[in-house]
Design a protein around this ligand. Structure first.
Ligand SMILES: *Cc1c(COP(=O)(O)O)cnc(C)c1O
Length: 341
């Protein structure tokens, strides 16, 4: 029975669901998958993840589709990215098969919590991998737990697909060029909290980071990748300190499919003035179109939308990607997996 909840009123908080799925790594190998109805973890207070940040996560969604099925988008890509993160901060790789089995189980066990198609809400899936060995000296953990939990989340755009303002922040860096920016590790987000709070205080939806070394090129906006559109070309920054977004990767493919050119290269800040459209992209919003970006240090405002309406190409890319996720448009690249139905 689908839960009778008010899906329209959901935020991006945490709403309890019935089950989570766990798997422990010890003595150099993964154990059996466990189904758990407890939302709490029993963790040693000296666990390495708590002190030294050996913690990684992923984020993806399950969609209740108009054909009655529930689909998950590109979970093999999330598995691959978690493996890259694991190599990056010395954690064991969660095999793709195990990752997909646990994600599928977590969605199936909580399928009553997948919101209706009409609500625009979805079931957010959060895989979490943490080092649990109790040890006070700094070193890598030997024991790990991999957990997949789910929670329903509301539609990103409550008042419909719309453009929002962003602000360039130079006083804080999210990640260093040879640091952990390309991995989805917890510490990166601790490093971004101050800049994010300043952006919010000033009335922007999110902060914009430049490359930490020269402050010349665009890196990312908050926890989303950036893209600009001009001359029928989709342009997105290439940098060692940004998180490789699966949404961005998918949008690059869709742009190619609809006959656009795609460039992944360093994007100098001044080039912002040449874009016809710009957006932030990630699982939460798919695309969050950008109305303008303020550079408070130089006093320059880069405007992409004067009336708050998304541009035609951003809208087209957004509609294609959503239609694939909801099983409405042909999934020619095999991106979705039916987990229920
Ligand atoms: C998760 C994340 C993204 C978006 O990645 P998706 O796979 O598209 O959800 C972008 N930037 C950062 C810093 C992130 O953590």
């Amino acid at each position: 029975m689908m839960k009778d909840l008010d899906w329209s009123n959901l935020s991006f908080g945490y709403l309890p669901t019935d089950y989570n799925v766990r798997c422990y790594y010890c003595n150099g190998k993964w154990g059996e998958i466990e189904i758990c109805s407890d939302a709490y973890l029993k963790l040693h207070m000296a666990a390495i993840c708590l002190h030294y940040g050996q913690a990684a996560f992923e984020g993806l969604k399950a969609y209740r589709c108009p054909d009655g099925r529930i689909r998950v988008f590109r979970m093999d890509e999330n598995a691959a990215r978690l493996q890259a993160t694991g190599r990056g901060i010395l954690m064991p790789e969660v095999p793709t098969e195990l990752f997909e089995e646990m994600v599928t189980k977590a969605v199936r066990l909580n399928q009553d919590y997948v919101p209706t198609y009409e609500s625009g809400a979805t079931l957010y899936i959060r895989p979490l991998l943490i080092g649990t060995t109790a040890h006070v000296g700094i070193r890598s953990s030997e024991d790990f737990v991999f957990i997949v939990f789910v929670t329903p989340v509301g539609p990103y755009f409550k008042g419909g697909f719309a453009a929002n303002p962003y602000v360039i922040i130079r006083d804080y860096d999210r990640s260093a060029p040879l640091g952990t920016g390309m991995y989805k590790v917890g510490g990166n987000y601790a490093a971004s909290l101050r800049a994010n709070s300043i952006a919010h205080e000033k009335g922007y939806v999110s902060e914009f980071y430049l490359d930490a070394k020269e402050k010349k090129y665009i890196d990312e906006c908050g926890a989303a990748n950036f893209f600009g559109i001009k001359d029928n070309t989709y342009i997105t920054p290439k940098s060692t300190s940004i998180l490789p977004s699966i949404t961005n990767k998918s949008l690059m493919q869709i742009a190619t499919d609809i006959g656009m050119n795609v460039e992944c290269r360093p994007v100098p800040v001044e080039e912002l003035s040449t874009f016809e459209e710009a957006g932030a992209c990630g699982t939460a919003a798919v695309i969050s179109p950008i109305s303008y970006i303020d550079d408070l240090d130089t006093g320059v405002r880069y405007t992409f939308s004067k009336d708050g309406k998304p541009g035609p190409i951003s809208t087209k890319l957004y509609n294609h990607l959503c239609a694939i996720q909801y099983g409405i448009e042909e999934d020619r690249h095999g991106w979705t997996k039916i987990v229920v139905g």
